[in-house]
Design a protein around this ligand. Structure first.
Ligand code: FE2
Ligand code: FE2
Length: 201
């Protein structure tokens, strides 16, 4: 399916504010793909579709997980909307004919991230957080400018910000969110250590 067709479909199935968010994610994903050398069409498709299951109710999300035999973690039962990412990943295959594993994974992991993400996974993870139509969050401008210069540092900053927010609100935390934070903290620390030892090449 073409990008424009997918946009039209998202406009129909998502509520207006979610559609606008998806357009924002699509645009930022395309920009980041251009900067970091990824296929912009694929990035746009992943961006526009990333929340395609966000229109489902909690009950529908659980039902779809059972239907498609998707694993449901305890933390996801506590906050069922977390399931929209994995159900969305299955939906892009079944309803929109997407077979590209990188797009499917980028949608599956877009809320938690995961250690050692692919370039597209990082692009969608970041774009979901910094897209321009989202209500402004603390520290957003710094993260936004970093996103266009240092992709791993931007992932780390977002993971840190998400984790702080979840801890502050006392919400249940998916272990993958913590693993993402720890992994990218190590990536940044190791990089800094290398720079101290050998200087910047
Ligand atoms: Fe989402
Ligand atoms: Fe989103």
């Amino acid at each position: 399916m073409e990008l424009e067709q997918l946009k039209d479909m998202m406009k129909i199935i998502l509520k207006p504010s979610r559609y606008l968010h998806s357009i924002g994610v699509e645009e930022v994903s395309c920009d980041l793909a251009c900067i970091y050398g990824y296929d912009t069409e694929k990035a746009s498709i992943a961006g526009i579709l990333h929340d395609c299951a966000k229109c489902l109710t909690d009950e529908q999300l659980v039902e779809e997980c059972h239907r498609f035999q998707l694993p449901v973690k305890e933390v996801e039962l506590g906050n069922k909307q977390l399931l929209h990412a994995k159900v969305g990943a299955v939906y892009v295959k079944h309803h929109y004919g997407i077979v590209d594993e990188d797009i499917i994974n980028a949608i599956y992991y877009h809320t938690t991230g995961r250690p050692a993400m692919s370039l597209l996974e990082k692009i969608i993870y970041i774009a979901d957080y910094i897209e321009p139509y989202r209500k402004p969050l603390q520290g957003m401008e710094k993260i936004r400018s970093t996103a266009y210069e240092d992709i791993d540092l931007a992932v780390f900053m977002i993971a840190e910000s998400v984790l702080n927010y979840l801890q502050h609100t006392g919400a249940l935390i998916d272990t993958l969110t913590v693993e993402t934070y720890e992994y990218y903290e190590t990536v940044i620390k190791n990089r800094e250590m290398k720079e101290v030892c050998y200087g910047q090449f």
